[in-house]
Design a protein. Structure first.
Length: 230
């Protein structure tokens, strides 16, 4: 049972997709299943983390708690994403919270096993580096947005960046998180987020239907994201 779960977990992870099926089987033999329920912590700041965790099912919230008690959402991990690479590379303990956003299944790889696997399959290290670099780029863009763009522009940019599908009257996107979490991700409050969405609606840019947002004026919303809207 553990082996089948590990094989399935390894198969969905970009970190291991450069390996052959036989090599993935070798990696999967080292995977151990971990389950957490909604709201349960996966790790806390300062925990002695000695394993790489791969999300198999569910989603994981990564957040930072400021000294004033304000929680800042950093990112949400989807199936195939992983955490624990910093401790593996540097030995540093985490300074963030990882919390289950619903029931979550993860595959755990002890750092000792992971080190042996990286030696055996160097492509794992290359793909890990690519993923960490992508995260760093995203973090730098977020920092730039938080320091140079107002809330309206950040929200417009966030909506424009979501996967969209054609719908009668425009482009339909679905908010992947609760509005309070999106507000945290954008560095604002839920109240301000709601006001800005209402302003976009009044301006004819969007129509909000629960978590579904119909972008009725994509060009206008892109202008708002760029800060060039009239």
């Amino acid at each position: 049972m553990i082996h089948r779960s590990g094989t399935s977990c390894v198969g969905i992870v970009p970190l291991f997709q450069g390996l052959s099926p036989a090599e993935q089987e070798t990696v999967a033999a080292h995977a151990r299943p971990i389950r957490r329920k909604r709201g349960e912590a996966i790790h806390r700041p300062g925990d002695d983390v000695s394993h790489l965790l791969v999300v198999h099912r569910g989603r994981v919230r990564i957040s930072h708690l400021a000294p004033n008690g304000h929680e800042q959402l950093l990112r949400v991990l989807e199936p195939g994403d992983f955490i624990g690479e910093t401790a593996f590379v540097t030995g540093a303990r985490p300074d963030d919270w990882a919390t289950a956003l619903g029931d979550v299944e993860l595959c755990s790889f002890d750092h000792a096993d992971l080190g042996a696997l990286v030696t055996q399959f160097p492509d794992i290290a290359v793909r890990m580096l690519r993923t960490v670099t992508t995260r760093l780029d995203a973090a730098e863009r977020l920092i730039a947005d938080l320091t140079s763009a107002d809330v309206e522009a950040r929200l417009a940019g966030y909506l424009v960046g979501l996967p969209a599908r054609r719908d009668a009257g425009g482009l339909l996107v679905t908010l992947p998180l609760a509005k309070k979490d999106i507000a945290s991700l954008l560095g604002t409050t839920p109240e301000t987020l709601s006001r800005k969405l209402a302003a976009f609606t009044e301006a004819g840019l969007v129509t909000v239907r629960g978590r579904d947002v119909l972008i009725t004026d994509p060009t206008g919303l892109e202008a708002a994201a760029a800060g060039t809207a009239p």
